[in-house]
Design a binder for this molecule. Structure first.
Ligand code: NAP
Ligand code: MG
Length: 402
């Protein structure tokens, strides 16, 4: 078989620990035998971040802006324990945070459904994609503890020096206050990312806030979404046969539970934080989630939603067998290759990505799976395999499909 040729390089961001081991195996077993891989490689492993004083993270994000599509391996976000382990000169920031700040994106997370792993909500037969706004609100708050007898006011000083104040509360007893903010520009980017992703994946977009109670703050989110939809997306949505739908967060929650899935649920920062964990858990596992960062100008970074699976890595280092689920990392690769294929008009590459995803699903549904799925699968003929055996089994299925 002739290898598939690529036109534009994929930005490849390597990572840490068990996912780094899996990364290499995915390339060796499932990518390089089939594709003449063109990639611009950035080693975001913690050792190299230390060596380059984290410059490599910034460079990889800039390269992503330049080429448009990246695939990222899970990386360590250092904490105190990692300082001596990797002999770090600084507690480097989360690479995901750095990349997100440069690309200014929204993260979309969707479960990968397989027969045998039933969601806790059995009517969810299609995936629910959560789009979480990643700026502001309670994550950039200012809080104070207030003593009895205090008066709290909101004070804004305008550029011309004039001020506006608004009473928050006159405290007859001890209490607390909190100040939040968000930016029109960030909310607009969020809206565009959600609408673009809806068009991309041909799914309805739902958006929910609490605008009946928060008549200025949450209402601003609702208005910005509505305005951008009307002016820039309505016609495209109608042509694609999809809908934009706004509702109150409490109504949304009720509808989500009753739904069959198959839409994108755009959430404010806090709602998205909470709901994405609920959705991931209800569908099965973080190792069975896709995750992609989409910037408002249409740059895509695909990754796995889970971490570097440290516990399995330490077993691997001791020479013990591991059974780590590579599905989320594999889907990061297929997502990136498919997007590259679409942008460069390479149908063979798109087809390869589709077939590889199908091979993964067919392999699991055929009963061959890693330990995490083995524990929850209801299939009768299920068989637990190790990390490498799983990838080899996927390759056998793939050969049959190609
Ligand atoms: P983790 O990698 O998410 O793993 C936590 C546990 O979840 C594992 O011990 C394992 O459970 C299970 N698990 C997660 N992914 C799995 C997979 N693919 N296959 C099978 N089981 C899986 O979190 P962690 O080990 O606590 O964190 C390690 C590092 O990841 C941290 O340094 C953190 O900073 C980093 N992190 C990175 C990202 C990212 O880059 N996107 C995200 C989160 C965390 P069992 O041990 O029970 O088998
Ligand atoms: Mg959370």
């Amino acid at each position: 078989m002739q290898k598939i040729q690529m036109k534009t390089p994929l930005v490849e961001m390597d990572g840490d620990e068990m996912t780094r081991v899996i990364w290499q195996q995915i390339k060796d077993i499932l990518i390089l035998p089939y594709i003449n891989l063109k990639s611009e490689y950035y080693d975001l492993g913690l050792e190299n971040r230390e060596k380059t004083k984290d410059q490599v993270t910034f460079d990889s994000a800039e390269a992503t802006k330049k080429y448009g599509v990246a695939v990222k391996c899970a990386t360590i976000t250092p904490n105190a324990a990692r300082m001596p382990e990797y002999n770090l000169s600084q507690m480097w920031k989360s690479p995901n945070g750095t990349i997100r700040a440069i690309l200014d994106g929204t993260v979309f997370r969707a479960p990968i459904l397989v027969k045998g792993v039933t969601p806790y909500i059995p009517t969810w037969t299609k995936p629910i994609t959560i789009a979480r706004h990643a700026y502001g609100d309670v994550y950039k708050n200012t809080e104070m503890v207030v003593e009895k007898g205090s008066k709290a006011e909101l004070l804004v000083t305008r550029p011309d020096g004039t001020t506006e104040t608004s009473l928050i509360h006159e405290f007859k007893g001890d209490g607390i206050i909190q100040g939040l903010h968000n930016l029109d520009e960030s909310i607009s980017s969020f809206a565009r990312s959600c609408f673009n992703f809806g068009l991309d994946t041909k799914q309805d977009v739902w958006f929910s806030t609490k605008d009946t109670i928060s008549k200025k703050y949450d209402h601003r989110f609702k208005d910005i979404f509505a305005e951008i939809y009307e002016n820039e997306y309505k016609e495209k949505f109608e042509a694609a046969g999809i809908e934009y739908f706004y509702t109150l967060i409490d109504d949304a929650v009720a509808r989500v539970i009753r739904s069959n899935g198959g839409y994108i649920w755009a959430c404010k920062n806090y709602d998205g934080d909470v709901m994405s964990d609920m959705i991931a858990t209800a569908y099965g596992s973080l190792a069975m989630m896709t995750s992609v960062l989409v910037s408002p100008d249409g740059v895509y970074e695909y990754e796995a939603a889970h971490g570097t699976v440290q516990r399995h890595y330490y077993k691997h280092l001791k020479g013990e067998e591991t059974s780590t689920n590579s599905v989320a990392t594999l889907f990061a690769w297929t997502g990136a290759l498919r997007k590259r294929g679409e942008l460069d008009e390479l149908p063979e590459l798109v087809n390869f990505a589709d077939k590889l995803e199908k091979a993964v699903i067919d392999t699991i549904e055929g009963g061959t799976m890693t330990g995490d799925l083995y524990l929850i699968s209801t299939l009768e003929n299920k068989k637990k395999v190790n990390t490498t055996e799983f990838l080899k089994a996927v390759n056998e299925t793939l050969k049959g499909l190609l």
